[in-house]
Design a protein around this ligand. Structure first.
Ligand code: CMP
Length: 140
């Protein structure tokens, strides 16, 4: 067990439906602490850069278009095994496969409009957190 930090993004489908508070409740009820948070509108260049690991995938252009279609809430979550804990709370990428009680089961609309993003490893969490936040913005 170790205290970790992970990056979470509440995506445009969820911010448009005013679900930020409900999603934050689920995160907090799981024991994760939101130690930084901001609501922003990504530029196309920023969205392309953030998701560049997927640039060869057929869904990349649509993913970028979707991520700039409205505000996102970027946040840093902290807690015991925060990376895997957050992925547990989010549920499977495809909401059709997400477990009961997870954020994606409850709120996601489709594979693309799946309400939240979460870092998939501790290594990527560090890269993704530093993409959006400076150290002085993280208040644990
Ligand atoms: P996310 O965790 O933000 O990481 C990449 C995103 O691409 C993913 O969630 C999905 O919303 C989106 N996506 C769209 N199509 C696919 C697909 N076929 N496989 C995986 N991810 C997809």
């Amino acid at each position: 067990m170790s205290i970790q930090q992970t990056l979470s993004i509440i995506k445009p489908d969820a911010t448009k439906r005013n679900l930020t508070g409900k999603i934050n409740s689920k995160l907090e009820e799981s024991g994760l602490k939101i130690i930084a948070q901001k609501r922003i509108l990504l530029s196309k260049a920023q969205a392309k850069d953030f998701y560049k690991v997927h640039q060869e995938r057929p869904f990349y252009d649509d993913l970028v278009k979707f991520m700039i279609s409205g505000p996102v809430v970027v946040q840093v979550l902290e807690g015991e095994n925060a990376v895997s804990k957050n992925r547990e709370v989010m549920g499977a990428t495809n909401p059709a496969e997400a477990e009961e009680g997870t954020i994606r089961k409850e709120f996601a609309v489709s594979l693309e409009a799946n309400s939240v993003h979460g870092s998939d490893s501790l290594e990527n969490a560090k890269i993704e957190i530093s993409f959006f936040f400076s150290r002085i913005e993280l208040v644990s």
